[in-house]
Design a protein around this ligand. Sequence first.
Ligand code: SIN
Ligand code: MN
Length: 201
Amino acid sequence: MRPTLALRGVQVFQGLLDRGSQNAILGEIRNIVVKAPLFSPKTPSGKPMSVQMTSAGNFGWVSDKSGYRYAPNHPNGTVWPEIPSSVHQIWDKVSGSGRRLECCLVNLYRDGAKMGMHQDRNEAEFGEPVVSVSLGDDALFRIGNLTRGGPTESIWLKSGDVVVMGGDARLVYHGVDKTRAGSSTLLNGGGRINLTLRVVT
Ligand code: SIN
Ligand code: MN
């Protein structure tokens, strides 16, 4: 499967998911959130992050004063729910990986939430890509370089777009500057959900 666009080696599959598929995945995410409630993580320095998070899979991504890491349990102690088959299918379609997906991180952007520039580097195998799925409001996604700083390029991600950061672009700095409130009617109450799909071990 070929991306519709590549930006600094980051592959973008625009409109990969139609509205029906987006709604189906959203229903699955609601089930995940019932079992593993959204929480507001803090950075290791104690700053609250503006996105709310939860996960599905063998591992979930957590952050607190002990640092950024993958954990086998939700902060409330329960095991993470299973990753829905519709999400496994997206991974299998675009990742080019022979590995089975181990973590689906759910990020909810509401009320001006954003995400600062960072690398995804808590995983053991940088040969495995990171796949990200956008649902709901448009998001301004910024792509930088393999080291912090320098020139960047941005793209508005829309509901149904899927991004793959792999190969030479696996460790690029990236972040979300802002979302465009009201640009999508997918989520009740508005906002954006991003799923990040990863092999962790
Ligand atoms: C992330 O990098 O963890 C999230 C990216 C996004 O929300 O599009
Ligand atoms: Mn990231």
